[in-house]
Structures are given as C-alpha cells and as structure tokens.
Design a binder for this molecule. Structure first.
Ligand SMILES: *Cc1c(COP(=O)(O)O)cnc(C)c1O
Length: 429
C-alpha cells in the first residue's frame, strides 16, 4: 500500500493481463466456413437450397429474447434509423433521447430529419429520468428512445406508463444490454421496437452488426423492407440460382443487410452469451462488495425490477472528497497504470460531446430545424455530475479469474490511499 502509484513510478498492482475481446468460440470457424462454402455470402445473394445463417440467427435471437420477430442489420446505428423510419418519425418530429449515451442515439435521429431532445439521467442507474422524459413531451414528440446504459436498465415501468399515457412508441436501445431482464422479460421485448448493436465492443458481436426485434408483425414487415432496399424474403422457395429477396410494394428501403459471415459469428456468440453474462455479473458483485470494503465508492443502484443485469461496462462512482478532489481522468489514468487495462470515464454528456455537432450536419444546416438542434439548449446537470465521478471498466475484464478481480479492488484501494499524491500530479499537468 505504501509503494508509490504505478503512474508515479511504483510497481503495478496487476501484470497478469486480461481476457481478450472479441472472443470466438470453437463453433465460430466451422460456421464461417459453412457460410463461405455455401456460395451465398449475402442474404441478397442467390438461393442455394439452404436456409441463410441470417434466418437461423434471427430465429434463435427472437426465441432468446422471447419476442416474435428479429431482423438483422449492419450496425446498431442502422437499427435505430430503421426503427425511427418504421415508426413514421420524420421531418421536424421530436425524439426524446438520454443526455448521457453514445452519440449514435442522437445522430440516428438527425438522419431521419428529426430533432433529438436531450433529457437528464437518474443518478442511481445513469439511465434517462422518467420525470425528465415526461417534462420534455410536447405536441411534436413522436417517440422515446430509451437506452439501457453500461449495466443497468432504465425504469421501464415508469417509462412505459408515460409512453402509454401520451400515446408514444418506445424504441429500446439495447446495444449495451444483451440478455438483461426486467420482471421476467428480456431487454428489447419491452418497447415497440428493440434495437441492438453487435459492434466489436458489445457483448454479442460480429465486428459490425445489429438487430431489430418486435412483437408487432406489421412493424416487422416494415423493418424487413426498410433494411433490404424494399425487398423481403420470398414467401415460398425460389428456383435455384434466383435471389431469395423479392421486391415488394411499400416503403422506400435502404441496404442495411448483414453478411452471412457476420451471422455465423452471431450464431456462435449467442450460444455463449448467458454463461458470459453470469460470469460478468458474479465478478461485478465481487467488485461491488470489495469496493464497499474499501470505502469512498458508490455502486450503480439498479431498479429492483432489473432482475438480471447485463454488463457492458462495470461502472462505479467515487466520492471526490475522499480522493483529495482528484478529477476523474486522473483517477482513471492511475487505475489504468495499476491494472494494465483501459479504464475510462463515461461519455461526455451530449450537450458537450466533441462528436455530436448537429449544427454542422449539411442536410439540416440553414433549415428552420437548425436552431432546435443546438445541444446547448438542453441542460444536463445530473449527467455532468455523474460523468465527472464515474469510472468504467470494460466487460471483458469481468470475464477474468477471481484473482484478477481481487487485484482490481486492491488497485482502487491503492489509488484512494495515494489520492493526495495523485491530486498533486493532476494539478501539476
Ligand atoms: C454501440 C451503440 C450504438 C451504435 O451501434 P453501432 O453498431 O456502433 O452503430 C447505439 N447505441 C448505443 C447505446 C451503443 O452503445
């Protein structure tokens, strides 16, 4: 404990390394080889006499989530755009978005020429505050985009009640919540449409990728056409060598399709997701307990209805006064050096995020919408307060052996013990 911080030249707490992410299971390579050998690498390719891996995965993922329909897409961002289009969100409509989330949640709204209305968060979960959502509803509101952030679900009971009261659809962004459960129902199955990302960092991944789920057959049909340039899977088997996707009357679509090699990775990943989620949750509880023993830390407090947590990041707040006023970047830097892993603060809130610049988006610049897009219009004091004292660990660290989790606790304790030296270092920079 008295040895100096690794950041200041001392020995690191842990040099044992961390599990890699992404991980492919033993089933991945045979499935990818199957996709390659099939001669059909895209769902828009010709029928080869066998069901696509896309359909196999979609069926498995819908069953896993307990919902009726699943459509894969090429990115989580595409899933959000397709969900907004399927719900008829368009020019000048307002979509309520949490102020603390990945920028794609707001930029997807811009892509359908609608206005992201940023709302503040609950300190317990870091997810959008239902009271703030209700206060932000206007006659122009067309949808609520709920995000389950890092490791906790948003209060779906309160949000669903508000949405029902105002006749608004909920899009559930589950990019960080594959497998989370709210009173017996999986995240994604609680809103009108669930949107998932399968980008490399996510807990179910094909490098890039995404999925849409819904219980509503009409929305499913619209989503399928939207992601396939207006085409859908044929109702009956096509002739060998003819495309299986067929043109249908209806909405303008786009190509948001996933490749068959990506579906192979998702089929493999889904078989391991629950086991990995259980390991992560077990280790997160060890961390919560260990840090409670250290003192000076405050865990996320999920809603009791959030029965199963899915960890995309382990998040914990520190009491700045117990850390000699150290800024969060310094605490993260010190932990990073102790642990040999990337440790970082949350996203900057979207009213101050370097990647969210709606006023520079050419299709809307100079239009009557431009002024309404200015993110500085939306005060987000709680998002800033929490972002300035929250430390995040990537979910792959939660797949480590318990000895590595003990080392995490020791590293947090060491940084707290040396917080005066760390504060002096931070001031000197
Ligand atoms: C990753 C992520 C997205 C975007 O997904 P991409 O696949 O990167 O386009 C959207 N929302 C949230 C909350 C995310 O974490």
């Amino acid at each position: 404990m008295s040895a100096p911080l690794a950041l200041l030249g001392g020995a690191a707490t842990w040099t044992g390394g961390w599990p890699d992410w992404p991980q492919a299971g033993p089933g991945a390579i045979p499935l990818i080889e199957e996709a390659i050998a099939s001669g059909r690498w895209a769902i828009s390719g010709d029928w080869t006499g066998r069901e696509t891996l896309d359909r196999r995965f979609s069926r498995a993922f819908a069953a896993y989530l307990g919902t009726r329909h699943c459509l894969t897409v090429d990115h989580g961002s595409s899933a959000l755009v397709a969900a907004l289009l399927a719900l008829g969100v368009g020019w000048g409509d307002e979509v309520i978005v949490p102020g603390l989330t990945w920028v794609a949640c707001a930029s997807a709204v811009l892509r359908v020429n609608a206005v992201p209305v940023l709302v503040d968060i609950c300190p317990d979960t870091l997810c959008m505050s239902p009271a703030a959502v209700e206060a932000a509803i206007t006659p122009a509101t067309a949808a609520i985009l709920v995000v389950h952030l890092y490791s906790a679900m948003a209060d779906m009971d309160a949000l669903r009640a508000i949405a029902a009261r105002h006749g608004l659809p909920i899009i559930e962004d589950c990019a960080q919540a594959h497998g989370a459960v709210w009173t017996g129902r999986r995240a994604g199955a609680l809103g009108a449409i669930g949107a998932f990302s399968m980008q490399q960092g996510k807990t179910l991944t094909s490098g890039e990728g995404g999925a849409l789920v819904t219980a509503d057959p009409e929305l499913a049909s619209r989503l399928e056409q939207l992601r396939g340039d207006g085409r859908r899977y044929a109702a009956s088997m096509p002739a060998q060598g003819h495309p299986e996707l067929v043109a249908m009357p209806g909405a303008q679509g786009f190509n948001f399709c996933l490749s068959e090699m990506q579906s192979a990775l998702l089929l493999d990943g889904l078989t391991r997701l629950d086991d990995q989620n259980r390991t992560r949750a077990r280790n997160a509880t060890l961390l919560d307990d260990g840090l409670a023993g250290v003192g000076g830390f405050e865990p996320i407090r999920p809603h009791p209805a959030n029965e199963v947590r899915a960890y995309y990041h382990y998040a914990v707040r520190y009491h700045v006064e117990d850390f000699a006023g150290c800024p969060v970047e310094a605490v993260c830097r010190a932990l990073e050096q102790e642990l040999g892993a990337w440790v970082h603060p949350p996203y900057r809130p979207l009213n101050d995020h370097p990647l969210y610049r709606p006023h520079n988006y050419p299709p809307l610049a100079g239009t009557p919408l431009a002024e309404r897009l200015d993110p500085r219009r939306f005060p987000l004091p709680e998002a800033h307060r929490q972002a300035d004292r929250t430390i995040l660990l990537h979910h792959a660290m939660l797949l480590a052996q318990p000895g590595a989790i003990d080392a995490c606790v020791a590293a947090f304790a060491k940084v707290r013990h040396h917080s005066h030296a760390l504060a002096a270092w931070a001031r000197s920079r």
